[in-house]
Each structure stands twice: as structure tokens, then as C-alpha cells.
Design a protein around this ligand. Structure first.
Ligand SMILES: Cc1cc2nc3c(=O)[nH]c(=O)nc-3n(C[C@H](O)[C@H](O)[C@H](O)COP(=O)(O)OP(=O)(O)OC[C@H]3O[C@@H](n4cnc5c(N)ncnc54)[C@H](O)[C@@H]3O)c2cc1C
Length: 390
């Protein structure tokens, strides 16, 4: 049987599952490439809020190509400060994130800045249907058909599964999540704080670490601080079934001076706390026929890589470019994967190394991390750090 060929320009329908960064980037890129995308999103309405993300590298370049970079101003001020707090509650200078990383300038954004910029660029051009998702997916030479949870049926030439780490598209087409999820022995919790930390001014960020635990408060321009906590546990899957408030108070007892209790109180009051295990997704193939996975559903790298949002946008932009070239659909998807996989693999490996920076595993790691940060606060050390990080 001949491979399904790419439909002629103007008659290409794409069903995109998920309206996160990857799904919206796919909608924008495919629309620009002459496709007619339909986005379906399980949540009843548009998501807002979220944590801070570092934005640089391939995602930055793709955002520039898509023309959304001007809507993404860096939230750091020149006088933004980063502190480390030690076990006695003393504040010392922390690691200043570089202005240049992975070969491009680096911006500090909210995840929702990216979602908003993409949404604003695409919502007049593409239908986004909320409150539904796929219940079944079938495909043949002619196309792919999804039966949705609201009972409707949608057919398209291409289905993009951009539905995040716990992807339904992946489960329906590629098999159960357990086959592809590689768990770290970490749990992460994050929320937007309703009050700043006493003594902290806008633009101040504070980090407290100990072996197996770390607490971060990031604060940048025009937004309340965002708190996130990481801790080590041998049974992360069991841990996240606990009540977040109980699990966090148990894990962070007697830790972080006044900083961590204030974060825990903010988490108690917050109506929206992210509480999940930290895992990567690894698949040998990101497409099957006319179904392709994109972003966290295909290659979740964890927060440690600092590249998840960027690679969702870079992957979407490249996919649309390759799908405009003449040839068969499998050939275009194969080339896409061939070009993207080395970068994804590199970032996944980096995440394995960077986990020790975010949360040292033992006392040796803790002291190595502190030594590194102290060195980066010297002129020579900061140049060396810049070199290593690029
Ligand atoms: C604490 C933290 C810090 C991070 N820091 C950084 C950073 O510094 N830099 C960086 O680049 N990345 C960072 N990341 C990673 C980054 O946020 C993610 O990689 C990125 O948001 C993934 O986007 P996505 O669109 O692929 O998936 P998601 O954001 O998970 O979006 C998936 C969408 O699909 C929807 N959906 C799910 N299931 C269905 C269904 N069945 N049907 C329909 N819709 C569905 C969801 O509601 C959601 O809207 C961080 C992540 C965390 C948790």
C-alpha cells in the first residue's frame, strides 16, 4: 500500500488535541502553512496563571520566526536579585541567570505569557473548542478520525497530540503511559503566592536547598511571586496520592528558616497547586501514520531542563515547515523526528544532570552546588559559568 501523501494546500485539516503552548504553537504554525486546524481542549476554558519559565534556544528562534517575540518581554529588571538562604536563615547572593543561554538571548517569562502570546496570534484564525477531548482514534489511508468525549466525530488529515505528559492521544494510539514514563525520585509542588515574602521586594528570588529538598521563590516584574518546592521520595507515585498540604508539611518540616513556612501557608490558601511527580517521557517513535505527538506528550524533559516550553514551540514550527514540502506524510514526519530528536535527547540528558543543581542529592552535592554559586559571583567564575551553560 502506498504511503499517505500530503493533501494539497488549502484542503488540509489538522485536529490538535490540547491548547497548551505546544498545541497553540502547532495551530499557529500549521495555519500559516496553509492548514485548517481545529484545537480541542479538555479544560472548560482557557488556562491562565502558572510558573516562571526560562525561554531561550530553539524555542526562542522559533518564536522569532512565528513573529510572537515582541509580545514576550523579559520580566527581569536590571536590579532583579537572586538569593540563597542557608540552614540558619542567612541570605547570600545566588546564581544570576545569564542573559544569553543555548546560543540565544534568554528571557524570563510566565508560562501563561507564552500561552497568551500564542493564543492572541491564533484565536481569530483557528477554532478552539473547550471541554472535550478524544475518546477513540482510528485511522486509514484516507485520514484520521477522532470520536470526542462530547459524542461528536472529527476527521482530519493529521492529528497532533499536544495534550501534555499524561497524554490521552499517546495512550489511545501508542499504548499505556507506564511504557513511556521514566520517573525521577522527585515530587514537585508549585503555586502563585498571594503575598510576597516579608522583606522581599519585586524582582527578588530566594532559594533554599538541602540534600533531598529545595524551595524556590521566583519574583519578577508585574506578577506575584511563584513558589515551587521539590523533594526526594522513593515512592513518588504513592506520594502524589496524598493530600498535598499534608505531604508537603511532612517533607519540609524544620527546613528553610522563615521562607518555607511562608510558602507552605501560601500553598494552603491557594486554589491551584501543582502537585505531581517529576518524570520524563521517552518514546522510540513520535508518530504513527497520521498521528503525531508534540511537546510534553512526546518528550517531556522535566522542569530541570528549562527547555520544555521552547521545544514545544520549536517542534511545532518545524513540523509545519516540513509539512508544506512535497512528499508523503510519513516522510515529512520522519524527517521532522530525525531533525528534532538529537536536540530533545540532549536536553533530556541535561535534565538528568541539572536535577542535582535544583535539588542536591546528598551533602557532597549540596556543598558542590554552594561552591559553584559562590564562584559564579566572582568575575572569572561568572564568565566560566556562562561558557559552561552555553
Ligand atoms: C515547575 C515547572 C517549571 C518549568 N520551568 C520551565 C522552564 O524554565 N523553561 C521551559 O521551557 N519549560 C519549563 N517547564 C516545562 C514547560 O512548562 C512544559 O514543558 C510545557 O508547558 C509543556 O507544554 P505542552 O503544551 O506540551 O503541555 P501542557 O502544558 O501540559 O498542555 C497540555 C494541554 O492539553 C490539555 N489536555 C490534556 N489532556 C487532554 C485531553 N485528553 N483532551 C484535550 N485536551 C487535553 C491540557 O488541559 C493542557 O491545556 C516547567 C515545568 C514545570 C512543571
Amino acid at each position: 500500500m502506498a504511503a499517505p501523501s500530503l493533501p494539497p494546500r488549502g484542503a488540509r485539516r489538522a485536529l490538535i488535541v490540547g491548547s497548551g503552548i505546544s498545541g497553540l504553537a502547532a495551530a499557529l504554525s500549521l495555519h500559516r502553512a496553509g492548514w485548517e486546524p481545529l484545537v480541542i481542549e479538555r479544560a472548560p476554558e482557557r488556562r491562565t496563571g502558572g510558573y516562571f519559565v526560562r525561554f531561550n534556544g530553539a524555542g526562542y528562534t522559533a518564536a522569532e520566526r512565528l513573529g510572537i517575540l515582541d509580545s514576550l518581554p523579559d520580566r527581569r529588571d536590571p536590579d532583579s536579585r537572586m538569593f540563597e538562604v542557608d540552614s540558619r536563615g542567612r541570605f547570600t547572593p545566588g546564581l544570576a541567570f545569564p542573559r544569553q543561554l543555548n546560543g540565544t538571548p534568554m528571557r524570563m517569562l510566565l508560562r501563561s505569557d507564552l500561552e497568551r502570546a500564542l493564543y492572541e496570534a491564533v484565536h481569530d484564525l483557528v477554532e478552539i473548542r473547550y471541554g472535550t477531548g478524544p475518546a477513540a482514534i482510528t485511522q486509514d489511508r484516507g485520514g484520521v478520525t477522532a470520536t470526542l468525549t462530547d459524542g461528536s466525530v472529527e476527521s482530519a488529515e493529521l492529528l497532533v497530540g499536544a495534550d501534555g505528559i499524561h497524554s490521552t492521544v499517546r495512550s489511545l494510539v501508542f499504548g499505556p503511559e507506564d511504557l513511556y514514563r521514566r520517573d525521577f525520585d522527585h515530587v514537585v509542588a508549585a503555586c502563585v503566592m498571594d503575598t510576597p515574602l516579608p522583606g522581599m521586594r519585586e524582582g527578588d528570588s530566594v532559594v533554599a536547598t538541602a540534600p533531598g529538598r529545595s524551595a524556590w521563590i521566583n519574583s519578577y516584574r508585574d506578577h506575584p511571586p511563584v513558589a515551587f518546592l521539590l523533594y526526594c521520595t522513593p515512592w513518588p507515585a504513592a506520594e502524589i496520592r496524598k493530600e498535598p498540604a499534608d505531604a508537603l508539611r511532612e517533607a519540609f518540616a524544620d527546613f528553610g528558616g522563615d521562607v518555607v513556612p511562608a510558602m507552605l501557608d501560601a500553598m494552603d490558601r491557594s486554589e491551584s497547586v501543582l502537585f505531581d511527580q517529576v518524570s520524563q517521557i521517552r518514546l522510540n517513535r513520535w508518530s504513527q501514520g497520521r498521528v503525531v505527538l508534540l511537546g510534553d506528550s512526546a518528550w517531556c524533559m522535566t522542569l530541570h531542563s528549562g527547555q520544555g516550553s521552547g521545544m514545544g514551540i520549536a517542534g511545532a514550527e518545524l513540523l509545519a515547515r516540513l509539512l508544506t514540502e512535497p512528499g508523503s506524510m510519513p516522510a515529512a514526519l520522519g524527517t521532522w523526528e530525525q531533525k528534532l530528536r538529537p536536540l530533545v535527547t540532549r536536553h533530556q540528558k541535561e535534565a538528568l544532570r541539572m536535577q542535582h543543581f535544583f535539588m542536591p542529592a546528598n551533602r557532597l552535592g549540596y556543598h558542590a552546588r554552594r561552591g559553584f554559586i559562590r564562584a559564579t559571583n566572582t568575575p572569572v567564575g561568572s564568565k566560566l559559568a556562562q561558557f559552561i551553560m552555553n
